[in-house]
Design a protein around this ligand. Structure first.
Ligand SMILES: C[S@@+](CC[C@H](N)C(=O)[O-])C[C@H]1O[C@@H](n2cnc3c(N)ncnc32)[C@H](O)[C@@H]1O
Length: 233
């Protein structure tokens, strides 16, 4: 379906056939509609904290004639699941929000959910730190270019995949940093420039200044090594 942006399409590709899916912060419900129309998911719970987006979602779902597969839920994050203990979610999508809001949502993490597909609008480090702390795994990671912005999308699996072991895994992703491609290099060259800019603006006595310096050091070492290797190949 042409209305899916490259970012939403990258998320949809991580959903396994015939799964039960929840889309948190569904907004227009384009992703659930695509998954239902394409017969990819068995059932989709399209959830949002606000009534307005759910009204739009309802209209879109009716227009595409997929209301038998999609249930709309008005709720903050995944808190609704504890009132529906019979429901089991194979993939819970959280996309288009910042990492801090996502971490708030993930405080209600439950055994009723097997995997998360996450596409944060902000830095991924807090999400990968959460994965490490919970001893979960990363099953898939990708970078996608959408409207001139580079987005990371990750699939977190509670039972199998790659572990998040160290600072490099947290910053770059344990899978992405082993399968380096041009989008990865573009993303980190641009992040490095943004961080250098930020460093000038944050006063030296602010603890954030040291944090940015540390991140830049890690980034510089890793990216320069990879860029050099890329040039020699
Ligand atoms: C920018 S839209 C993202 C839409 C879509 N997920 C995407 O990635 O394109 C964010 C949506 O998340 C909803 N939202 C924000 N905080 C939420 C929360 N804690 N729980 C559920 N939905 C939330 C907003 O109402 C809004 O509709």
């Amino acid at each position: 379906m042409s209305f899916l942006t490259p970012r939403l399409f990258a998320i949809a590709k991580m959903v396994d056939i015939e799964d039960v899916v929840a889309d948190i912060g569904t907004d227009h419900a384009y992703l659930p509609i695509y998954l239902a129309k394409d017969n990819k998911a068995k059932k989709i719970y399209a959830c949002d904290i606000n009534e307005k987006p759910l009204e739009v979602a309802k209209h879109n779902i009716n227009s595409f004639d997929v209301k038998d597969k999609i249930e709309l839920i008005l709720s903050d994050g995944i808190s609704w699941l504890k009132h529906r203990p019979a429901i089991h979610i194979n993939e819970c999508i959280i996309a288009g929000l910042g990492s801090n809001t996502m971490l708030d949502i993930l405080k209600n993490d439950s055994d009723q959910i097997d995997c998360y597909i996450i596409a944060s609008q902000t830095s991924f480090d807090p999400i990968r730190e959460w994965v490490k702390k919970n001893k979960y795994f990363i099953e898939q990671e990708t970078i996608v270019l959408d409207n001139e912005i580079l987005y990371e999308v990750i699939k977190v699996n509670k039972f199998a995949g790659t572990k998040v072991k160290n600072k490099l895994d947290i910053l770059f992703g344990p899978i992405l940093r082993k399968e380096i491609n041009q989008l990865f290099l573009d993303k980190w060259v641009s992040e490095e420039a943004k961080l250098r800019n930020l460093l000038i603006q944050v006063p030296e006595q602010d603890s954030k200044h040291k944090q940015i310096q540390k991140k830049l050091k890690l980034l510089g070492k890793f990216i320069n090594k990879e860029l050099k290797q890329n040039e020699t190949n």
